[in-house]
Design a binder for this molecule. Structure first.
Ligand code: ATP
Ligand code: MG
Length: 728
């Protein structure tokens, strides 16, 4: 068989990696050096040259989108259906294992996935039930505690330092939470990984089976694996499996979620005779973008150290826009995109990246106004919308009435006179008898533990849910979805909301029926023995958001910096480059390398760009309901100045870029925010020049000067004390 296509378009180092003989390998290389490409070619090489069965390979990556791409690229290279290949995310693969081995994993067959919001709701309830004050014991913190423990492979019984009162309380909440989940057959995201690890630990026969079957393990984005993922991989590999690990320590951005870049060192230690290969040529970005990204990351300490070069053109300078405020920033970015499209380019070549999901809203607004199609990844995810989650909760009850989280969500939605009091009686009963809420509800009616009126309402709910369970069993998924929405009267309920909101909600419910209708049971789920309904519900929670983005329509891509990992775009905008936003305030205040992690995130963002990179920051920004002044991100300062080009199209003259570093600053303003009589961007009136907008301040006290862009007279610097400005 001619396999030359497997080595075409690879450089020497890449070829060496793809064709490696046996053993373990670590490919440690910078962004855009072809790591993912090498991994896919390696997979094809194993099958076509080494005659490894496609069933003997496991390839793991970080996002569903990356997994989808890997799957299709492997299929094309191999000219075969990628169906038998196990390619997926850690969560996806672990979930599949649990579905196939639910019994061995001590789970009910119809176990359900609890998403982050459900998890918090359940925890809030537990905390209250325990008589704890939830201002001191916030559900969110409990969630962090539990997930972090699970990521380390710890159950409540493993927790140490119980003599410390706070730890003891958190551990107790963890225990209670675990009881609930076990009773209802619920697993949260961290639990999926932990269970899959315990499956290996507790079921040697299962582990042995997979060890013999999956001999070749290929891992992308290895720097972001956490303790439990690495432990899981290590056990699967055992003494016989062959590990091919690909990563970049400079792109480790999930430390805050338990990822351990040290796994790279552990890997070299734990597996004998690892061949380490470095790739140094970058094929993605222009020389300028690469030099700028290298300039930023060079400020981190203790890097493993890599050289990265390109023989491509230098390209255009990196644009830097300083906006008056966040509105101006969005306007500018969208205007630039408009210009790009006017050149006949595609919208999906453009990505807007930001630090926090809330930042997407304004860009959406301006893109909508400009009539430019866009897609937001993550953020306001379809499957996370209230009405969608309500409908899904009913469907979950159809599948498993003991799903406490689902029941609690909809027992009084639409309102059917089941008040908090009644629900708390049900909870108490459930807790005392150690049964699900569904069972407790029936017991409460039987034993007349709730007043007659409430009892009738609860009975009505039980009849409704069990009626659905019986009727819709054998219907198609789309019809099941429709029936659940109709019979639960959710549509009528949302129909009563104010018009605009009502319309979107009803549209979303319709869209949900469409999604159910269009749902095709994925082969891997069919192989794992899942029904359509089980598979659909798992997808809704496990792959929320990302499934929407799977189809590459021609539209501008909006996403957080975190979700851009591994992707590339010809044009990238990085917005909100302000100290406090990016780097995030928390990371500046906390120790423990958080700032360095933010810097890596900046490096990830910059290296997504192939041809053009544009950074922007707003001088004032409305955030959490308050306006604040900000300084340009310190990361901008770390870019060699000759690579940057400032744009301020609205002004007659370009204002020099004021460095964020105090030492290098031209003249940092010395007054505090509250002493400023006007805000940046504010409209003011001058007795001679007329109306204008405040652009900048300089100096302090009586020397304060203010720059104003007057509608008629143009831009002027005035001494504030004499200017006699009036606010408009
Ligand atoms: P990241 O660290 O961001 O995940 P990566 O190291 O995985 O990046 P790839 O995404 O595999 O890099 O490759 C970056 C780009 O360079 C892709 O467009 C890829 O097709 C291209 N590329 C990689 N190797 C070569 C090569 N030898 N010749 C031409 N193009 C290449
Ligand atoms: Mg990659």
């Amino acid at each position: 068989m001619d396999v030359s296509h497997l080595l075409q378009d690879l450089n020497d180092a890449q070829r060496a990696a793809v064709t490696l003989e046996g053993g373990h390998a670590l490919i440690l290389a910078g962004a855009g050096s072809g790591k993912t490409r090498v991994l896919i070619h390696r997979l094809a090489w194993l099958i076509q040259v080494n005659h490894v069965s496609p069933l003997g390979i496991l390839a793991v990556t970080f996002t569903n989108k990356a997994a989808g791409e890997m799957r299709s690229r492997a299929g094309t290279l191999l000219q075969m259906s990628p169906r038998p290949l196990w390619i997926g995310t850690f969560h996806g693969i672990a979930h599949r294992l649990l579905r196939m081995h639910w019994k061995e994993a001590r789970l009910p067959e119809s176990f359900q996935i609890l998403d982050s919001e459900d998890q918090q709701r359940l925890l809030r309830r537990i905390i209250r039930e325990e008589g704890l004050d939830d201002t001191h014991w916030p559900a969110k913190q409990a969630q962090w505690f539990i997930n972090a423990r699970k990521d380390e492979g710890e159950r409540p019984r493993h927790i140490e330092h119980l003599d410390h009162p706070a730890t003891a309380t958190w551990a107790h909440i963890y225990q209670r939470y675990e009881d609930y989940c076990n009773r209802g057959g619920l697993v949260d995201f961290a639990e999926i990984l932990l269970r899959a690890h315990e499956l290996w630990l507790e079921q040697p026969a299962v582990l042995d089976h997979y060890r013999r079957r999956l001999q070749y393990l290929l891992i992308d984005e290895f720097q972001d694996t956490n303790a439990i993922q690495y432990a899981w991989l290590r056990m699967l590999a055992g003494d016989t499996g062959s590990m091919f690990v690909v990563g970049d320590d400079d792109q480790s951005i999930y430390g805050w979620r338990g990822a351990r870049v040290e796994n790279v060192q552990s890997f070299v230690r734990d597996f004998p005779a690892v061949a380490t290969i470095r790739l140094e040529q970058n094929y993605r970005s222009t020389g300028t973008i690469l030099a700028a990204a290298n300039g930023v990351i060079a400020n981190n300490q203790g890097r493993m150290g890599k050289k990265l070069w390109t023989d491509g053109p230098d390209g255009t300078p990196i644009n830097l826009y300083s906006a008056f405020n966040e509105q101006d920033e969005a306007r500018f970015v969208v205007e630039q995109i408009r210009q790009w499209l006017d050149q006949g380019r595609r919208a999906d070549e453009v990505a807007i990246l930001y630090r926090t999901t809330a930042q997407s809203r304004l860009f959406e607004e301006y893109l909508l106004r400009a009539g430019i199609a866009y897609r937001v990844y993550g953020g306001q995810r379809f499957f996370e919308r209230v009405e969608v989650k309500d409908a899904l909760a009913y469907l979950r009850l159809v599948l498993n009435p003991n799903d406490d989280a689902a029941l609690e969500r909809v027992i009084n939605k639409p309102a059917r006179a089941i008040g908090d009091k009644t629900v708390s009686i049900l909870r108490l009963q459930a807790r005392e008898a150690n049964v699900s809420l569904w069972q407790a509800a029936q017991a409460c009616i039987r034993q007349k533990l709730i007043p007659p009126r409430a009892s009738a309402a609860v009975q009505e709910f039980i009849d409704l849910a069990s009626g659905m369970q019986e009727r819709v069993q054998n219907w198609t998924l789309g019809n099941q979805m429709q029936a659940v929405i109709d019979e639960s009267k959710l549509a009528t309920h949302y129909g009563k909301e104010p018009r605009e909101r009502m319309e979107t909600r009803i549209e979303n419910l319709r869209e949900l029926v469409n999604a159910a209708d269009a749902f095709i049971l994925p082969n891997e789920d069919a192989d794992a023995g899942l029904t359509e309904l089980q598979s659909f519900l798992s997808h809704a929670s496990l792959e929320a958001g990302e499934t929407q983005g799977e189809s590459w329509d021609d539209c501008v891509q909006l996403m957080t910096l975190h979700s851009a990992k591994g992707l590339e775009f010809p044009v990238v905008f990085m917005a909100g480059m302000e100290d406090g936003l990016f780097p995030h305030q928390r990371s500046v205040e906390e120790s423990g390398g958080r700032l360095e992690e933010e810097r890596r995130l900046c490096y990830v963002g910059m290296t997504r760009a192939r041809k053009q990179l544009c950074l922007s920051y707003a001088e004032t920004r409305r955030m959490h309901g308050a306006e604040s002044m900000s300084r340009p991100s310190r990361f901008i300062d770390e870019i060699p100045a000759d690579l940057l080009q400032e744009i301020r199209p609205r002004l007659a003259a370009n204002r020099p870029y004021v460095s964020a570093r105090p030492a290098a600053a031209a003249k940092p303003p010395t007054f505090k925010n509250q002493e400023w009589p006007f805000k940046l961007g504010q409209r003011v009136l001058h007795h001679k020049f007329g109306e204008g907008t405040v652009l900048a301040f300089e100096g302090s006290g009586e020397h304060t000067r203010v720059q104003i862009n007057f509608a008629k007279a143009g831009s002027k610097w005035l001494v504030l004390a004499y200017a006699k400005l009036e606010a408009r």
